[in-house]
Design a protein around this ligand. Structure first.
Ligand code: FES
Length: 117
């Protein structure tokens, strides 16, 4: 990737409000780690795909992170609930924890990693 280019996570239309997310990877300390992006209330949010309870990936099927109502993110292993806007624990065994945010933004119809700052 050339200097200044930003990694495209997906096309914006791939993320439907409260619907399926998109899995991708982020590099951290030289290691590629799983992450995901979802859309909620019109905005895109992304987090490392790592539950605050045990540290496993959340999705019960690849890309499925929301509960049946599309209102909270849910871990498929023991049912921890997370606020899609902040990643904060909203119930279940993640008490006091939260998801690690990944900075993303929408630019020209794409969801891209990082921010303009
Ligand atoms: S591993 Fe996610 S709730 Fe236990």
């Amino acid at each position: 990737m050339a200097r200044g280019e930003r990694l495209i996570v997906c096309r914006s239309e791939a993320l439907v409000d409260g619907g399926a997310g998109v899995r991708f990877e982020v590099e951290s300390a030289g290691t590629r780690r799983p992450a995901f992006a979802v859309r909620y209330a019109g905005r895109v949010y992304a987090y490392r795909n790592r539950c605050a309870h045990v540290g496993v990936e959340l999705d019960w099927q690849p890309g499925h992170f929301f509960d049946a109502d599309g209102m909270v993110l849910i871990c498929s292993t023991h049912g921890a609930l997370y606020d899609p806007r902040t990643g904060a624990c909203r119930g279940g065994p993640c008490r006091g924890g939260g998801l690690e945010p990944v900075a993303v933004e929408e630019v020209d119809g794409n969801v891209v990693l990082g921010t303009k700052d």
